[in-house]
Design a binder for this molecule. Structure first.
Ligand code: SF4
Length: 387
C-alpha cells in the first residue's frame, strides 16, 4: 500500500452535522437529517454519532472494483467508448424496495468492504487500467461523501474524470461542493411523484428535483430562448400541442425535455418519460404477454408524454406500428415532447424507409406542434475545446 495523505479510515470525522440541544447530533448530508444519540447509526447505516460528532465509518473501504464501458453507467455523451473504473462502498440513504444492489446498499456488515483502497490508489488504478474516468456507483456516493470527494480530488490531479451515479438525495451545502468535484452525473429520477418516492423509496421528490435543477442547461449555442421559455409556461399542455426538439447529440435536448417534464409535474400535470426504443420494447413485450391495451393506456393517460431519442436506433415495421398507436391515440388528447437527432426529411430512415407510415406519424405529430431546433457543439466536443 502506498503512503496516503488521507486518513486510513474506516472511521473519519465529517463536516456536515449540527449539535442539538438535547445532546444528540444531526447529520446534515441528506434531507433525512438523522438525529443520533451516541453510538447510533443513521438510516444509511454508514454514518454514525461518535463522541458528539457525525463520523463516516466506511472511509477507504470498497465493496469491489470493475472496469466497465462508460455506457453502462449509463452515460451516453460523456467520454463515449471509453472504460470507467467503477467502485462503491456500502450503505444508502434511500430504501428503494426494488434496489438491484441491495446486498451493498443495505449491507449491515462492514465485512463486505473487504478491499481497502486509498484515494491515490483508486486514481492510480484507473490510470493503470486505461480508464478515462472513475464512477462512484453500486451504492449512493452521497453517503460516503468524504471518501468520494477525496478520490475525485486525486483523479483530477491525474487528469481522470469522475462520474457520480446517485439518487441526488442530498442537502444544499454538501450538494454544491460534491458536484463541483464531479465531471459527470447520472442523477436517477425514480419517478415524478412524491407518493412514489414516499411509498417505494422512503424519501421525498423535492430534494431530488433541486439537485437536477442545479445542472447547466445552457450549453447549446443556438436555441430560440423565447420559444423555449414560452414552452415553460406550459400552455402547450393545456392546448394539447406537441413540442419536437431537433438537434445533434450532446446538445441538451433530453435535459430540456426533462426540465419541461419537471415543470409540468410541479404544475400538477401527470408526465411520463421514456426513450422511443423503451416504449417500443415495452409495448412489444406487453403484446406478447397479452396486455397491450393496458400498456398503451399507460402511455395515453398522462397529460404529457416525453419520447426521448427518436432516431438514434432504427425502428422496424412492427416497432413503428406500435409507436404509431401511441402517437395517433394521443393526437388532440395529450401533448408529446419528443427529442430527435433527425430533421423531418430524414424520418423515413428511422422507420425502415416506410414513407406511408412515416407520413402518418408526422401528420399526427405536426398538426399541432412546435419545432425547436438546437444547434451548437456537443458535450463531447466541449471536453476537447475547454481545457
Ligand atoms: S446521510 Fe445517512 S446519517 Fe446522514 S442524514 Fe442521510 S441517512 Fe441520515
Amino acid at each position: 500500500m502506498t503512503r496516503s495523505r488521507y486518513p486510513a479510515g474506516p472511521v473519519v470525522e465529517t463536516r456536515w452535522w449540527t449539535a442539538l440541544d438535547d445532546g444528540r447530533v444531526q447529520c446534515d448530508v441528506c434531507p433525512r437529517h438523522c438525529k443520533l444519540g451516541e453510538g447510533q447509526r443513521g438510516v444509511c447505516f454508514v454514518r454514525a454519532a461518535q463522541k458528539n460528532k457525525i463520523v463516516l465509518t466506511t472511509y477507504g473501504r470498497s465493496s469491489g472494483f470493475a472496469v466497465d464501458p462508460i455506457e453502462k453507467k449509463p452515460l451516453n455523451h460523456f467520454l463515449p467508448g471509453t472504460a470507467v473504473l467503477s467502485f462503491g462502498t456500502a450503505g444508502c440513504n434511500l430504501t428503494c424496495r426494488f434496489c438491484q444492489n441491495w446486498h451493498m446498499s443495505k449491507a449491515r456488515e462492514t465485512d463486505l468492504l473487504a478491499e481497502a483502497a486509498t484515494p491515490e490508489e483508486i486514481a492510480e488504478a484507473a490510470v493503470r487500467g486505461g480508464c478515462w474516468s472513475v464512477a462512484f456507483t453500486y451504492n449512493d456516493p452521497v453517503v460516503f461523501w468524504e471518501y468520494a470527494v477525496d478520490v475525485a480530488r486525486e483523479c483530477r490531479a491525474r487528469g481522470i474524470k469522475t462520474a457520480a451515479v446517485t439518487a441526488g438525495y442530498i442537502c444544499e451545502g454538501p450538494r454544491e461542493e460534491f458536484f463541483e468535484w464531479m465531471d459527470a452525473a447520472n442523477v436517477d429520477l425514480k419517478a415524478f411523484s412524491d407518493k412514489y418516492y414516499k411509498d417505494l423509496c422512503g424519501a421525498k421528490l423535492d430534494p431530488v428535483l433541486k439537485t437536477l435543477e442545479q445542472f447547466d442547461f445552457t450549453w447549446p449555442t443556438k436555441i430560440n430562448r423565447l420559444q423555449v421559455q414560452n414552452l415553460f409556461r406550459l400552455k402547450f399542455i393545456e392546448d394539447k400541442v406537441n413540442a419536437i426538439f431537433i438537434g445533434g447529440v450532446g446538445l441538451g435536448k433530453t435535459h430540456a425535455a426533462i426540465a419541461l417534464g419537471l415543470a409540468a409535474c410541479h404544475a400538477g400535470y401527470r408526465a411520463r418519460f421514456a426513450t422511443a426504443i423503451d416504449i417500443i420494447n415495452n409495448l412489444a413485450a406487453a403484446q406478447k404477454a397479452g396486455r397491450l391495451v393496458k400498456e398503451v393506456k399507460a402511455y395515453i393517460r398522462p397529460e404529457l408524454l416525453i419520447i426521448d431519442e427518436l432516431g438514434y436506433l432504427p425502428v422496424d415495421k412492427h416497432g413503428a406500428d406500435l409507436l404509431f398507436q401511441i402517437i395517433s391515440r394521443r393526437y388532440e388528447r395529450g401533448s408529446i415532447v419528443l427529442t430527435t437527432n433527425k430533421t423531418y426529411k430524414h424520418w423515413p430512415s428511422i422507420f425502415n424507409n416506410d414513407s406511408t407510415l412515416t407520413s402518418a406519424i408526422l401528420d399526427r405529430l405536426l398538426h399541432h406542434a412546435e419545432t425547436i431546433i438546437i444547434e451548437g457543439k456537443s458535450y463531447r466536443m466541449k471536453d476537447r475545446i475547454e481545457p
